[in-house]
Design a protein around this ligand. Structure first.
Ligand SMILES: [Zn+2]
Length: 279
């Protein structure tokens, strides 16, 4: 840790201390944007080195290209503000059984092949991706790590005893990630910002809920995600997330449709041609 970083942490702690007792500390983040980026790179390297658990996608490369295009459509929203600071990147995991997606700090997003096969529209995929982008943009992982490591990390950093602290934290993030489970507030905020980003795209803005609706209709909503904070988080309840998204749509005067709708802004035939027919 450099002297500058230590001073910044110290300043943040004093600022944070002023608010203790009058606010929950959910928004305090002692890490910098650059720390988010570095952590994400470290964990991404761990993931790459662990093909048994995170097998690389080796199917039709056209599918990966198509997903990249959907990702870029979401990132094009002017509401995504950290495009300079973060190296946004989407990676497919070649596991056709897992219905999930997750984000690392600093813009690294992972989508399982199983999720691609399960979804039935481009808008649904864009909604999930936008939700994961929101976790990166709002820096939820390092916020939670601030809450978790708070005092001990600060003491080590301020005393200069642990220059490799960030590396240690990255290792822990990978090995023991239970503490990183998204809070209900984080999930709600990521769904909210999924709507906000999607609103700037060609897609139906409520796409984030389509996955849950399909899971609900298939009787699968009880399968909770574990480990690295994932899209399929058990809290808040997926049914609540559908209801909250519907409320958001109504408040904004958007017609509420479900995943089985056939609107133009769902891009179902594009999705079928480019993903479902190729996996
Ligand atoms: Zn999430």
């Amino acid at each position: 840790m450099t002297r500058a970083i230590r001073w910044r942490l110290l300043a943040t702690v004093f600022a944070a201390a002023l608010f203790v007792g009058c606010d929950d500390s959910g928004d305090i983040n002692l890490f910098s944007e650059a720390d988010d980026a570095k952590l994400g790179e470290d964990v991404a390297a761990e993931i790459e080195a662990d093909p048994a658990n995170y097998p690389p996608y080796d199917g039709d490369p056209a599918v990966a290209t198509y997903v990249e295009g959907v990702f870029q459509n979401v990132l094009a929203s002017p509401e995504v503000e950290r495009k300079e600071a973060f190296d946004y990147e989407i990676t497919l995991i070649g596991d056709a059984e897992t219905l999930n997606a997750f984000a690392l700090p600093g813009g690294k997003i992972y989508v399982y092949e199983g999720l691609l096969k399960y979804l039935d529209s481009e808008a649904a995929l864009a909604g999930v991706i936008a939700h994961e982008v929101a976790h990166c943009e709002k820096r939820h992982a390092t916020q939670r790590m601030t809450a978790y490591y708070g005092v001990s990390a600060l003491l080590s950093l301020l005393l200069g005893n642990s220059p490799s602290m960030l590396t240690e934290i990255a290792a822990n993030l990978f090995v023991n990630v239970a503490f990183l489970a998204n809070s209900r507030a984080d999930e709600d905020q990521a769904d909210e910002y999924s709507y906000i980003y999607m609103n700037d795209t060609k897609y139906y803005p409520g796409g984030v809920k389509f996955f849950f609706e399909k899971m609900r209709d298939d009787g699968l909503v009880d399968e909770g995600g574990q480990g690295i904070a994932t899209f399929l988080s058990t809290h808040p309840d997926p049914i609540d997330r559908i209801a909250t998204t519907n409320e958001r749509l109504r408040e904004n005067g958007v017609t509420v449709v479900e995943h089985d709708a056939t609107g133009n802004n769902l891009y179902k035939s594009d999705y079928k041609t480019n993903v479902l027919d190729k996996l």
